[in-house]
Design a protein around this ligand. Structure first.
Ligand code: DI6
Ligand code: FE
Length: 416
């Protein structure tokens, strides 16, 4: 896949577009009319009726899209994309009956990826993650969150986050980095989780933040990971540094993490299968996004559905993401996650699309620039080989992307 500097500029007038519902708030078109988007210096200058383009914008290069469906660039708002090795062996263990928690207790799980990540140098991590990122980009992803959390020491967390930043620069994709030092207890701290949280808060987080490597802070708050009190210590440290927080909350049990995160103004609470009514109320108050991760639910053969109906009724925005990670969600297609969010969680198609665009942007603190098409925003959009948005969620295993414009450049052309 071509790097940023090898891509053609998307400047000019894009015509013959069928705007997906909700894609460009505030833009109204005559019934059935096709839209046009004018791009200048990589930024959207104008959107409107293709039959009514201001003359000064009608000059310059033209890209006729022949009636193609267009959506905002997709946003994968929860990934653990950078890690060493992979864990297909655990897949086999689970097929033989072991649970995720049993695999973790047997020395597999997150800690085995920590070993492989520590052993890999930065170039190796970059090369491995790049292959995975290319798969996600081919599916229309224009912005992605990448967490640390497989290094679990200053040196190795730094290495992961540096790779995340470099991926963003190399591919011309918006990357938001999240420091997840509190993902698992590293073996050298066995029995001393308080000391490890000290290191996360006092040593690792401030140093990495000072290096500009941290856009947000996350914790895995769970029986097999960190307690509510430990989570709060990490949130306090983040607050001192002015960093927004998010949380792996109530995935396997109700820890009360969502309500705590909401008190800290969290951008998002993610997984939330076991989210309580109190958690939902707190998230609504705080404007926290619920990030649904159907890939992990599917891989773990979970049966405890997130409280979709209650989230919907409360008006909590719901995002959808891959949770790409080597243990519980080796997913490389955000479009497939739309299908799973509909099929497994009963989201509607418009909810699934909003989940990978406007609400995903909010979960990353990117609402001002990403998630919808609008004047003054970066030109990030996807043309699809699809009659209508429901086709994006309907097929699975089909690459429906026709063309991607990412950061104002033409990122991809597929056979129509
Ligand atoms: N929740 C998850 O689903 C992943 N991390 C987390 O906090 C699992 C990560 C792994 O198994 O490697
Ligand atoms: Fe995760």
């Amino acid at each position: 896949m071509n790097a940023l500097n090898e891509r053609a500029s998307a400047d000019g007038l894009w015509t013959g577009l069928r705007l997906a519902p909700g894609a460009a708030p505030g833009v109204s078109l005559p019934n059935g009319a096709l839209a046009a988007i004018a791009v200048e210096s990589g930024v959207v200058r104008w959107i409107g009726d293709a039959g009514n383009v201001p003359v000064e914008l009608a000059r310059g290069p033209r890209h006729d899209c022949g009636g193609a469906l267009v959506t905002p660039g997709l946003i994968d708002c929860h990934t653990h994309l950078v890690y060493g090795g992979q864990r297909a062996n655990e897949f086999a263990m689970r097929l033989a009956g072991a649970s995720y928690e049993e695999v973790a207790k047997a020395g597999g799980g997150i800690v085995s990826s920590v070993r492989a990540t520590r052993e890999a140098d930065e170039e190796t991590l970059f090369a491995q993650a790049a292959l995975r990122l290319e798969q996600l980009l081919a599916d229309g992803v224009c912005a992605i969150e990448i967490k640390s959390g497989y290094g679990l020491s200053l040196e190795h967390e730094r290495k992961q986050l540096r790779v995340a930043r470099r991926l963003g620069e190399h591919y011309g994709v918006t990357v938001r980095t999240t420091f997840l030092g509190a993902h698992a207890l590293p073996p050298e701290y066995a029995g001393r989780s308080g000391d490890y949280i000290d290191a996360v808060c006092r040593e690792m987080m401030p140093a990495l933040a000072a290096e500009g490597l941290v856009d947000a802070v996350d914790v895995f708050c769970e029986r097999i990971a960190f307690s509510l009190a430990e989570t709060e210590r990490v949130f306090q440290a983040a607050r001192m540094l002015g960093l927004p927080v998010k949380l792996h909350a109530e995935q396997l049990s109700d820890m009360g993490g969502a309500a705590l995160a909401a008190r800290y103004g969290a951008l998002s609470c993610d997984h939330v299968e076991h989210l309580s009514d109190a958690g939902i109320a707190a998230m609504r108050e705080a404007g926290t996004v619920a990030v649904l991760l159907p890939g992990a639910y599917y891989t773990l053969r979970d049966t405890h559905l997130p409280p979709i109906e209650a989230l919907r009724a409360a008006g909590v925005p719901m995002a959808v993401s891959t949770d790409h990670n080597p243990g519980t969600s080796p997913a490389l297609s955000l479009v497939l996650m739309m299908n799973m969010a509909c099929t497994l969680f009963r989201l509607t198609v418009p909810e699934a699309l909003a989940g990978v665009t406007v609400h995903a942007a909010r979960a990353l603190g990117l609402s001002d620039t990403h998630g919808v098409l609008g004047v003054g925003r970066p030109a990030d959009f996807v043309l699809w080989n699809a009659q209508d948005v429901s086709e994006l969620a309907y097929w699975f295993g089909r690459r429906a992307v026709k063309r991607v414009v990412r950061q104002g450049r033409i990122a991809q052309e597929c056979a129509a």
